[in-house]
Design a binder for this molecule. Structure first.
Ligand SMILES: Nc1ncnc2c1ncn2[C@@H]1O[C@H](COP(=O)(O)OP(=O)(O)O)[C@@H](O)[C@H]1O
Ligand SMILES: [Mg+2]
Length: 256
């Protein structure tokens, strides 16, 4: 469903130096890696938000960077993107934030009532009460609620693919578990292909079919959760240990 081929991208220094990865239809794939290694950059190439210097991304057979005119729009309609930090518009209420997830062509041909129905459904499906939140601005919501609104915006157009960029970062353990359950449920109910960037290794291993680890510009590991758990690569092991230590520290200081 998503195929990255030879993705190379440098800003001042090389970030991605040859990424080859195929995410199969219906699969849930988790991507791990230290911060600053290019996980968000890779996700953004999937929507053409960042153009690689070399290589191409194919989504459902459509080439994004070497394809025909209109390829990018076609791909964007297939994808829902859950941004890091929810990225809601502070001055807009929940309704208007979620409406941003619908493509303009679709908005143009739907009645106001149909649009309202879709927004309402998207808010309900992420376990929020539309009556309670629809008119609120992000400042009036808790961290977990904001993440849910960000997810509602990503799914409102009923995408075939969901790209999740650290959807649980900044949440406490209870909210992290709740959002991970939601990610898992939505991926099944909506029958989507999910690519999940996460710092929560245990959560990713539990819910995903395959996982990968990005390190030093390359995919250092791709395999099943079992293979990841028993992977002898010292770089992978050091990363896992460091993440566990950080999670423990965060929990003690109550930031997550
Ligand atoms: N638009 C950009 N312009 C310049 N540098 C960028 C841009 N986006 C990302 N980078 C750089 O690329 C590297 C990888 O960033 P990112 O993909 O955000 O890392 P992460 O793995 O934490 O998601 C970082 O060094 C970051 O500063
Ligand atoms: Mg990132």
């Amino acid at each position: 469903m998503i195929q990255y081929r030879g993705i190379y991208k440098a800003f001042d220094i090389p970030v991605l130096t040859g990424i080859d990865l195929t995410v199969e239809t219906g699969e849930m794939f988790a991507l791990f890696g230290p911060s600053g290694t290019g996980k968000s950059v890779l996700l953004k190439t999937t929507l053409g938000l960042i153009t690689p210097d070399r290589g191409d991304v194919e989504v459902d057979g459509i080439s994004i960077f070497h394809g025909q005119k209109g390829a990018l729009e076609a791909v964007r309609r297939k994808c829902g993107y859950v941004f890091q930090y929810a990225a809601l518009f502070d001055s807009l209420n929940v309704y208007d934030n979620v409406v941003m997830g619908l493509p303009e062509q679709e908005l143009a041909r739907m009645s106001r009532a149909e649009i309202a129905r879709k927004i309402w459904d998207a808010i309900e499906i992420v376990n929020l009460d539309p009556h309670e939140v629809i008119a609120k601005t992000p400042a009036e919501l808790s961290g977990g609620m904001k993440k849910r609104v960000g997810i509602a915006r990503a799914i409102v157009g009923r995408p075939e693919i969901l790209l999740w960029d650290e959807p649980t970062t900044g949440l406490d353990p209870i909210n992290t578990t709740a959002i991970e359950r939601l990610i898992h449920r939505l991926s099944e109910e909506l029958e989507v292909t999910s690519l999940l960037v996460t710092h929560d290794i245990e959560g990713g291993l539990e819910m995903c079919d395959r996982v990968g680890m990005l390190e030093g510009g390359l995919l250092r590991f791709i395999g099943t959760p079992e293979e990841f758990r028993s992977c002898p690569d010292p770089v992978v092991r050091a990363f896992v240990d460091r993440q566990a230590a950080e999670a423990a520290l965060d929990m003690m200081s109550g930031t997550r």
